[in-house]
Design a protein around this ligand. Structure first.
Ligand code: NAP
Length: 248
């Protein structure tokens, strides 16, 4: 029986990925900052583990006690939408600490056991905003583009050890808690000179006919985890797939 460890399972894609793999008879280590057993179906194959990807000691401990991990999904992430002038440096650091350094730290922690077993898959969830840039997302996009570059370089050095590293790039998924979680970080509002740009971005989203369903993300992660011929970048969701095709 294979084991998957997933970060950020309290809501959204992470929660759905955990359910999807449980349904397919995997052993699932669902990690959350504030663990809740009741949001996933009870199962002997499920472990809910406290984990904040910005806390080094917790990462070491949860990986050390997890047993063999076949697949790590770095899904935990935070968003922030604002012009750079409205982005405090503390927020920029938080975004990189979670999205970029959290992913690097988790990956580093699982690699020794995967290298020794000569097998394993790292799945890093980034974003379709790295395929086509949008205004107001400079710091968020940079944090995810760094993970793309990190993963693509890492894949080469892991190949001789039978370990794959794959990127899943979801499009915009308004049904997860991502937007609400990001808004909680945006209480200071937008700088006045950027009002027209902000209004333009929101108006553009109203007109978007294509978005991403969480199911597309879980299926992309499944493919990344189970298909050795999976390409390096897997777009997830109708909007991401359209962007990916036009970026080729
Ligand atoms: N929704 C979108 O439009 C979209 C589009 C492209 C990519 N993505 C990416 O997809 C991933 C999942 O997002 P989502 O849409 O499912 O959003 P979500 O519902 O907000 O889920 C994000 C998860 O990350 C967790 N998290 C945040 N900071 C963490 C930390 N320091 N340590 C551990 N866990 C942490 C959250 O936990 P708490 O409950 O503790 O905050 C939550 O479980 C993110 O990496 C995001 O950047 C999302």
């Amino acid at each position: 029986m294979k084991t998957i460890m997933i970060t950020g399972c309290s809501s959204g894609f992470g929660l759905d990925i955990a359910r999807y793999f449980l349904d397919r008879q995997w052993r699932v280590i669902a990690t959350m900052r504030a663990p809740r057993e009741d949001i996933l179906p009870a199962s002997e194959r499920l472990r809910v583990v406290p984990l904040d990807v910005t806390k080094a000691a917790g990462i070491e401990q949860s990986v050390a006690t997890a047993g063999p991990i076949d697949v790590l999904v770095n899904n935990a992430g935070i968003g922030f939408l604002n012009p750079l002038e409205g982005t405090p440096m503390a927020t920029a650091r938080d975004v990189f600490e979670t999205n970029t350094l959290g992913t690097i730290a988790m990956t580093r922690a699982v690699l020794p056991q995967m290298r020794e077993r000569k097998s394993g898959v790292i799945v890093n969830v980034t974003s379709s905003v790295t395929l086509k840039s949008l205004p107001l997302l400079s710091v968020y996009t940079a944090s995810k583009a760094a993970v793309n570059a990190f993963t693509e370089s890492l894949a080469f050095e892991l190949q001789p050890f039978g370990i794959r590293a794959v990127l899943v790039l979801p499009g915009r998924a308004p049904q997860t808690k991502f937007g609400d979680n990001a808004r909680a970080r945006m209480q200071d509002g937008f700088p006045e000179p950027y009002k027209a740009i902000v209004e333009g971005v929101f108006a553009g989203w109203q007109k978007d006919s294509l978005t991403t369903d969480s199911r597309a993300v879980t299926e992309a992660v499944w493919r990344a985890a189970t298909d050795p011929s999976c390409p390096m970048r897997v777009p997830a969701g109708a909007d991401a797939e359209a962007l990916f095709a036009s970026a080729k």
